[in-house]
Design a protein around this ligand. Sequence first.
Ligand code: EAX
Length: 327
Amino acid sequence: MKKQWFFAFALVLSLLVGAVGVSAAADVYTIRVGHTLAPTHPYNLGMLHFGELVSKKTDGKVKVEVFHSSQLGSERDLIEGLQLGTVEMTIISTAPLAGFTPDFLVFDLPFIFADVKTARACVDSEIGQKMLDQLASQGIKGLYFYENGFRSVTNSRRAITKPEDLAGIKIRTMENPIHMDSFRVMGADPTPMAFGELFTALQQKTIDGQENPLAIIDTSAFYEVQEFLSLTEHFYSPAPVLMAKAYYDKLPADIQKAINESLVEARAYERNLLDEMNASLLDTLAKRGMKINKVDKEPFIKAVQPIYKQYTGKIPAELIERVKNFK
Ligand code: EAX
């Protein structure tokens, strides 16, 4: 009889420890953060900085392990990983979240933000907070918006100076209906693809182009496989930092507090890194051989107006108005 009690106790203890990722011995909380970008990108540097801050604030109780370059899977895999509890945290673009919570689609509307200051103020406002909170029903703790940035088009065929130049360009997009429909309405041929497969697809010319912010074009070396960079800045990608809700909810209040304080501090650090990089990246990418052109955005803005009509309803009209007019 004694043996059965012992085994039952051991089983319960192992389930308890396994469930919260805590080693019962020293109450150490290990947070694995997965993302798709290069080790030199501010996503990675921002998460490493978060790890340093939260370790200091908790006297080493919280240990953050950052896995870059899609080591833990694509952004969709990472979102599902949070729901399954196979990963504790991720930093991604909002685009793949559209399949989980449609309101996030509003940030994917082309040209919805005029500049980075407005974009940051909007995602940091109660509009952004409400969206992060909506993720709770999906088993995800939406914490803060970091930044990916304004996305521009690169390709290997021609400079894109007006929407008509996109005709017939096979362009990789994120797995997001607005991104695909926006390029379709401008005459391009969109292919949704996980970020981890993108460099090879460009190298093998199975696609002509892609669209991402300058910091990704540089840190993922797209300049090696893309000749033209056209500064369309057609979408703004916020970068939500998300945790597995089941994991977060089980953390003691003081640990949750330390995580939140550290993430807020590291958010400013990550955005500042992007600002610093963006100040010199056009020069850097030109020196790396890219042919760079500015564009008159008006014809592009006009060309994508049907997208607003098509998605009003799927995205609450009131939410589109609030974000579009955010000051
Ligand atoms: O979130 O897939 C993409 O193009 C994203 O910009 C990237 O994964 C970072």
